[in-house]
Design a protein around this ligand. Structure first.
Ligand code: ADP
Length: 175
């Protein structure tokens, strides 16, 4: 990691993050759902759904960007992580694709600060120990090519997620 990049793991609600972009763990329709997706749509307001309707969905591993509407964040980057199917259906690569797609879109939009939820670790059932290592490794690899992203936050909604993402950051960034 360059000295200009900062990655942090925090406990909190992603909708409260004052960053250039928050990431939504959406589904293929991009038309809203439960979990973090529902919380983001609720907090951003109904104009978000209108803009999402115009996008025509999103394949797993890709990402799309919208405005943030009523959120403190200016943008929302919607990505679709893989549904866990036991680990032999390309889930690891698809999860890494999701993180990379979000970071690529962030670069295109000159985003400096970005907050991620634990993509796929909720309803999609990805084991959090494995997901956290993939998340942090993907971010680290991406950061080696840029100094523009100065504030990357991994926002955890429960203690178990916090413990897993924290230990992944400790191991992967301090090796
Ligand atoms: P997925 O379908 O990708 O698994 P979920 O929304 O079900 O997505 O869960 C992803 C993670 O987001 C879970 O760890 C869940 O606890 C967490 N989460 C749910 N609501 C919020 C929120 N408001 N802010 C941050 N994280 C949240």
């Amino acid at each position: 990691m360059s000295s200009c990049n900062t990655i942090s793991v925090i406990m909190g609600d992603i909708v409260d993050q004052e960053v250039d972009a928050i990431v939504n763990a959406a589904n293929n329709s991009l038309l809203g759902g439960g979990g973090v997706d529902g919380a983001i749509h609720m907090a951003a307001g109904p104009q978000l759904l209108e803009e999402c309707r115009s996008l025509g969905g999103c394949p797993t591993g890709e990402a799309r960007i919208t405005r943030g509407y009523s959120l403190p964040a200016k943008h929302i980057i919607h990505t679709v992580g893989p549904v866990w199917q036991g680990g032999n259906a390309g889930e690891d690569l698809l999860l890494a694709d999701s993180y990379r797609s979000c970071l690529e879109l962030a670069m295109e939009h000159e985003i400096r600060s970005i907050a991620f939820p634990g993509i796929s670790i909720g309803a999609y059932g990805f084991p959090v120990d494995r997901a956290s290592v993939i998340a942090v490794s993907s971010i680290r690899e991406f950061l080696q090519g840029t100094e523009l992203l100065t504030d990357i936050r991994l926002v955890c909604f429960n203690q178990n997620a916090y413990d897993n993402y924290s230990s992944a950051v400790d191991r992967i960034f301090n090796d």
